[in-house]
Design a protein around this ligand. Structure first.
Ligand code: AMP
Length: 364
């Protein structure tokens, strides 16, 4: 166990980021007796409204980081695009940050991520690095087409990526993505998209949830069904992948790993999220200890909790105006409603989610 841990209730957890994930982390932390301080550039952020205190500043503001370090006994983050320099600064100020810098570095760059995964013995699609239009054409010849071009950094919800249908177009696609460093990926011929949510504690112990099956629309997660119907070998394969990643990163906290299931039953890893994950929201009502509490337990050095499913859950994101249906959802006995308190329902914006519970039939 790391020095200074476990933290006792009454300690303060700092969270970088003020969105819905920060809000649900803060709620879980409060239930265990911890206080939360949020650092976010956003005024009136979802997490701020349930936290003890909010520092409104840019993530790299030195004064705000010093204040956060001063107030917090441990610091975590709710999104992976926190500047690496901010985490370094917090560490230099003596504040423990979890998960650690390597997880963040790997998750911020798609090439570093796939390279790390392959080195950790986790398979991914074949890929090539693309730094110029010429390299794009060369990479497309090497990998074949179609292939998927993605910016190395800061893509999310399907943004920052385009298919290359003809090798001759690869340079133009690179330019259309803004000419920023890219990765070109071979297509994954998947039958399903799955994900696995798992945690590693400060004592190195692991807690791995059942896998979820994910459905996207227009690049945004629409719903997750968990536990996914899966043969025991498939579940074991996913668990091995999660364990390899967590152990290799010497990780502390919850991680989400997005997976492609191929028709021959093999799993490829697509992406790592070094944080609680939208595809893990089902655990709030499907498990005794949800991903948010699990993350708090991990970062404060508490024992990890159980991860078995006690219900089958269909988690559906409420996008834009859909959260306006709250009265209907509230009247459905099998539905648990989670709203993020966002003031403005822009189209496609994640405003909340519902977890619809059904019985877990024996043998899943
Ligand atoms: P990502 O931003 O990497 O999570 O990708 C967003 C979505 O694009 C994924 O959920 C998949 O549906 C699809 N996708 C990503 N990478 C590939 C790939 N190499 N082959 C086929 N589909 C992909």
């Amino acid at each position: 166990m790391d020095a200074g841990f476990p933290l006792a209730p009454g300690a303060t957890i700092g969270i970088l980021g003020g969105g819905q994930l920060g809000r649900m982390l803060a709620l879980a932390a409060a239930r265990l007796g911890f206080d939360v301080v949020v650092l976010t550039p956003e005024i009136d952020a979802p997490a701020s409204r349930v936290a003890r205190e909010t520092l409104i500043a840019a993530y790299d503001d030195p004064d705000a980081l010093a204040r956060l370090a001063d107030l917090s006994d441990v610091i975590t983050y709710e999104f992976e695009n926190v500047p690496a320099a901010a985490v370094e600064r917090l560490k230099a100020l003596g504040a423990p940050v979890a998960p650690g810098g390597q997880a963040l570095a790997v998750a911020q760059d798609r090439v570093a991520e796939k390279t790390f995964l392959n080195e950790a013995g986790v398979k991914t699609v074949a890929f090539a690095t693309v730094d110029s239009a010429e390299e794009a054409a060369e990479a497309a010849r090497l990998l074949g087409v179609p292939a998927l071009m993605k910016t190395r950094r800061e893509g999310y919800d399907g943004k920052g990526q385009k298919w290359v249908e003809h090798a001759a177009d690869a340079g133009a696609v690179f330019e259309a993505l803004g000419g920023a460093p890219c990765i070109l990926e071979a297509p994954a011929d998947f039958v399903r998209e799955l994900s696995i949510i798992a945690a590693r504690g400060r004592d190195g112990g692991l807690a791995i949830y059942p896998i979820g099956e994910n459905h996207h629309e227009a690049g945004i997660l629409r719903r997750t069904v968990a536990p996914a119907r899966a043969a025991p070998e498939l579940a074991a394969q996913a668990e091995r992948i999660a364990a390899q990643i967590l152990t290799r990163l010497d990780y502390v906290g919850v991680i989400g790993v997005e997976l492609f299931e191929l028709s021959d039953g093999r799993l490829l890893a697509n992406e790592i999220a070094p944080r609680v994950h939208n595809t893990g929201h089902w655990t709030q009502d499907g498990c005794e200890v949800c991903q948010f509490e699990q993350h708090i337990r991990a970062v404060v050095g508490w024992p990890l909790g159980p991860t078995e499913a006690r219900a089958r859950v269909e988690m559906v994101n409420l996008l834009g105006d859909e959260a306006g249906g709250w009265a209907k959802f509230a009247a459905e006995p099998e539905t648990r409603l989670h709203l993020y308190g966002k003031r403005e329902a822009k189209p496609g914006r994640k405003m909340g989610h519902v977890n619809r519970l059904s019985r877990l039939e024996p043998g899943r």
